[in-house]
Design a protein around this ligand. Structure first.
Ligand SMILES: Cc1cc2nc3c(=O)[nH]c(=O)nc-3n(C[C@H](O)[C@H](O)[C@H](O)COP(=O)(O)O)c2cc1C
Ligand SMILES: [Mn+2]
Length: 453
């Protein structure tokens, strides 16, 4: 079942084109604001490949994740099945892992740049008030300083010099944990920043810490999708491997004791993350493919979908084990794919919706809201969820409030992450009475009827 377009972005672009899901932008496009402006008009539609970026030879891809139908065609499943496909992959990895293998060479080191100069890379500046060009879709790989276990995740990185970046590491991130242990020894943490990857690698890297704990190398999840070991390549200047299939690899070290300004950045919240002193990365070496593509992710639907899909998959897997009535989970776009989980339940007894709400909060600490609905509600449809709220939710018994709990520091309705979490039980009482039976119409086949307009 090797589908290399799940790991290799070049192959993925070919596959998107075959599927009819790619639009090539052939006019010249400016990297500063214009590229993101064009991408914004295509948000939720086809994936965009900007082939003529002013001042650069390399094309820039945007929008790989903003449409779940496109993604479902890549993963060869129905759109509604995507979170279950991801959940199954995580499960398979936990029970039957295939470890990555390390080789000497791969596409990602076909070319070794003589000089490190990040300004030679086509890194876009997205929103009007962003602090500069951001690497926003790259996979950061590091190793636990004590156990040696590898970690992969995504962090935004502002370009501040030819060989310098500042990054944002949220509290609780595994790389931050590694970094803090190295910093305490007065030493840098070595990492590789791997730019331009296929969707299986992206998905594996953002499986939350509740499902991919600090003692596990989440890169193994990639092999649940492909059936073959993921290939890594040795770096030349650091002791951490890079992804053989990446478009570019930056070999780097995160410097101890130093903090430099980072931000503003158009974040998943729909607001700008503030400018403040954050972690500094020095780039020691850049390797790349012969004909690379740069990948960028537009904040908005693209991030809602990618973090949302992986978040809901992980939550579904964890919560459905504890509360068997749970049938599906959706991280809504109105909730930024991060702050509001809709949990669907087929009630077998009274009270399980509340248990599901509590388990969901525990499974994904960034959540601020959880809404539980019955299985006759389409959890991906905000109107349908509102209908359940309007007709089934009882504030006097259905509301769960958890004050002063830890959430996500980027959410402006919290005090740096501290705030109230709120759960809504919008399920009908069990057993279901006639009063809560949803109206049903006959299933008809319209092709059997004639219509005139
Ligand atoms: C496009 C994108 C950008 C992200 N940017 C950041 C970021 O700047 N800082 C951060 O801490 N997490 C960011 N994340 C979330 C982490 O990558 C994600 O939670 C990951 O699972 C953390 O890995 P860990 O559990 O190994 O620490 C981003 C996720 C995506 C999809
Ligand atoms: Mn991790």
């Amino acid at each position: 079942m090797t589908r290399n377009y799940l790991t290799d972005l070049t192959a993925c672009i070919e596959q998107l084109s075959k599927n009819g899901d790619l639009v090539r932008v052939t006019s010249p496009v400016e990297l500063v604001h214009e590229l993101a402006g064009i991408a914004f008009k295509f948000e939720g539609k086809e994936v965009l490949l900007c082939e003529d970026v002013t001042g650069h030879e390399t094309s820039v891809l945007a929008g790989l994740y903003w449409n779940r139908a496109n993604l479902a065609r890549l993963f060869d499943c129905e759109e509604a099945q995507l979170p279950f496909v991801v959940a199954d992959a995580v499960q398979k990895w936990q029970t039957n892992p295939i470890e990555p293998i390390v080789v000497k060479n791969g596409p990602a080191n076909e070319v070794v740049e003589d000089e490190v100069d990040l300004y030679q890379l086509p890194i876009p500046t997205h929103a009007l008030d962003d602090g500069g060009p951001y690497i926003d879709a790259a996979i950061v790989i590091g190793k636990d300083p004590d156990s040696g276990v590898r970690n992969a995740s995504i962090y935004r990185a502002l370009v501040t010099g030819k060989d310098r970046l500042t990054v944002q590491l949220d509290a609780g991130r595994h790389i931050r944990d590694y970094y803090e242990r190295m910093e305490a020894r007065g030493k840098p943490l070595e990492v590789t920043i791997n730019c331009g990857v296929g969707p299986a690698i992206h998905v594996a890297s953002i499986v939350p810490a509740s499902a991919a704990t600090i003692d596990q190398d989440e890169l193994g999840i990639v092999s649940s999708f492909t059936g073959v070991p993921l290939q890594l390549i040795e770096s030349q200047t650091v002791g951490v491997e890079g992804l053989a299939d990446a478009q570019f690899i930056l070999e780097c070290e995160m410097l101890p004791e130093i903090r430099e300004p980072e931000g503003p950045f158009a974040e998943v919240t729909g607001y700008y993350a503030s400018r403040a002193d954050r972690w500094v990365v020095r780039v020691k070496k850049i390797t790349r493919r012969q004909n690379p593509v740069w990948q960028t992710i537009l904040s908005g639907k693209e991030v809602f979908n990618s973090v949302g899909l992986v978040g809901e998959a992980a939550v579904y897997r964890l919560v459905s084990r504890q509360v068997r009535d749970v049938t599906a989970v959706y991280f809504s776009h109105g909730g930024c794919g991060f702050y509001h989980a809709i949990v669907q339940i087929k009630k077998s007894m009274e009270g399980t919706a509340k248990n599901a709400i509590m388990a969901t909060f525990a499974a994904f600490p960034s959540l601020k809201m959880v809404t539980a609905v019955d299985d006759d509600v389409d959890i991906t449809n905000a109107e349908d969820v509102e209908w359940a709220m309007a007709t089934r939710f009882r504030p006097e018994t259905g509301l769960i409030q958890i004050p002063m709990a830890r959430g996500h520091e980027l959410n402006p309705s919290t005090d740096a992450g501290l705030g109230m979490k709120i759960g809504f039980d919008a399920t009908a009482p069990f057993p279901r009475t006639q009063r809560f039976e949803r109206v049903k119409m006959a299933e008809v086949d319209l092709s059997q009827f004639k219509f005139e307009r």
